[in-house]
Design a protein around this ligand. Sequence first.
Ligand SMILES: [Zn+2]
Length: 272
Amino acid sequence: MPELPEVETIKNSLLPLLQEKIITRAQLINSHCLVQNSLKFPQDLLREPILNIKRRGKLLYFLLSKKKILAFHLKMTGKIFVAHSKEAPGKHVHFILTCENKKVFFEDVRKFGRIYLFTQEEFFNWSFIKNLGPEPFEITEEKFITLFQSSARVKSLLLNQRVIAGIGNIYADEALFAAKIHPQSIARAIPPDILKKLHQSLLQVLKKAIQAGGSSFRDYVNGLGQKGNFQKEFQVYGQKEKPCPKCKNTLTTLKVAGRTTTFCVSCQKKYE
Ligand SMILES: [Zn+2]
């Protein structure tokens, strides 16, 4: 699933191509992916300029005029990219947005991805947005520490979008390894200075991943259809049975919050 760095990269790659362009056509090929509210599809999209493109957690959204919002949640395998000038849509393209001379394809093999059309009021009253935790780059260390004053496992809190937005399995595993914290640690048993370290590690991992254009070990591509490179820098994620990059001990896995978690038993301390 595309996480914060991937969606941020998609946003950054789409913005220079689409900003100020007018939506001239919106074709829904497969209706399952569209979630409508009070606005009408496609009428309320047509002739709308794309004023800006933003990200909140793992959600990408286009700000249109009259405060309309077109949002994309890519979920497992969703991709959104500007097609080449003569590119025909593949069989998994469910939606095509034409913006003057640019065609944007929404492609999704597993079909969990969704497109939403909102008024601004509907968007901010949407339970998903209302319940979303803070952005990792927008909170102070002190605020970050308060998010972890819970008896839950540290990794399940990192994955919980209501606690902190945008983190998935990849960046949770990488940040916990960098901060030397065992993923099953009880969050509130972790000393504040170690939680500070976790915040710094998380920001560093996310920043590096954005610089590398995201992680493309599966389907993810950016808004130009290009793969990212951060998968080459994974320390633990998906590296089961390989030697720990720090101590050479074999990396192991276990399930936390239903997700496969890879870590080093000797480098990562368990707080209980
Ligand atoms: Zn190790």
